[in-house]
Ligand binder design. Sequence first.
Ligand code: PMP
Length: 457
Amino acid sequence: MDASESPSAVFHRSLHTNPIPIIGASGNYLHLSTGGKLLDATGGAAVSCLGHGNKRVKEAIISQLDVVSYVHSATFATEAAEKLARELVESTNGEMSRAYIVSSGSEAMEAALKLARQHFLESNPPQPRRTRFIARHESYHGTTLGALSVSGHKARRAPYEPMLLPNMSRVSACNAYRGMIEGETEAGYVDRLAKELDEEFRRLGPENVCAFVAEPIVGAALGCVPAVRGYFKAVRTVCDKYGALLILDEVMCGMGRTGTMHAWQSPLIDVIPDIQTIGKGLGGGYAPVAGVLISRKVTDTLFGGTGAFAHGQTYQGHPVSCRAALEVVRTINEEKLVDNVAAMGLKMEELLKQLVLPLPHVGDVRGKGLFWGIEFVKDKTTKEPFDPKENVAMDIHEKGLSGPHNITLYPGNGTVDGKVGDHILVAPAYNVTADVVELIVQKTAAVIKEYFEQSRE
Ligand code: PMP
């Protein structure tokens, strides 16, 4: 298989270029048909949390195929789905009471939105007017129309804008680098954002709002931007004041990626959501799997109401996906990988700030655990972003893939309004060693340096 041979029959995102053929993968490396290998610093979009070729997960998948590969979850239970759900509920220290397992983050978000609505339809007394959701600008919650409707990612919304759900509104993202006014304290910033949310509730009529939706640490839309300390406590207070639910989207930043099993368990976030979505690291790329973790408050309402969730999918609770995810979660726990994420994350932070932040056109380096974003700017003083048409992040990503660097760096495009610049994301496997962290940062710095020195000046 050679990219130059003949056009691919697969309907790829870009129809003009063939993706790079991968013939194998192990640990932190992807094997190329040319005989070379790429250092996988991102595991796709922060997916491959155990690296590639994990034997334990492979054996678990095979063993599940010997038991049962598929049954309809509305009628039948499997040990794989039961044990995964139990493991997930326990990982929340009992804060969440049930897990709803689907195949992708977008599906999880769709289910989360509908669950919130059903909660209010069946609450006592019913609150049927609660149909509105408040999310944030520069956010991404998925590609399906409901999930895209809450998302604030302008470029991804643009072609479908007339088809998106009308009852969604957005407030400012919590982005210290771009959002804080000069001289403002973190507490002052949090206060200002909480007031904005409060005003949005009042503008919509609080009795019409179902939930506030946000990522604790914003992934693809902003490039690994953690909320400022105190922010989520403040927005939780606003939600509680108006009786709305808090939905946290942890599809990208959850399942150990940012140094705690769930991002909300970190002292930085420190709130308990009513509904939480997870994905990516849940299956580690070994199976398409995502989930919704549902608090007792919401399940109690549904148990006391119709007793059924008016939503269902063919591959819900898929036994093979559940078995793969169960083994991923067990591996994370048994090998104490969340601790490694926290320790290696500190090393990565130190090295990125030392070797990457001082480079020309690097405006900001931010993240948590093994989830780091590097934002590029035209001017470091004014923070003016590059014109998205210049394709800076995509070009840096492509330079990384080529020799001598041979590294994956996940790109994110800026938006036109100057609120977010181009960025790349680094998110290696949780079991990464200090040597590999060092190699990733050295290569990342070399790619960025070469790009700005040779390609642009
Ligand atoms: N939410 C967030 C925060 C995401 O990062 C993504 C995917 N990038 C999704 C939802 C959608 O997940 P999926 O692509 O698996 O549908």
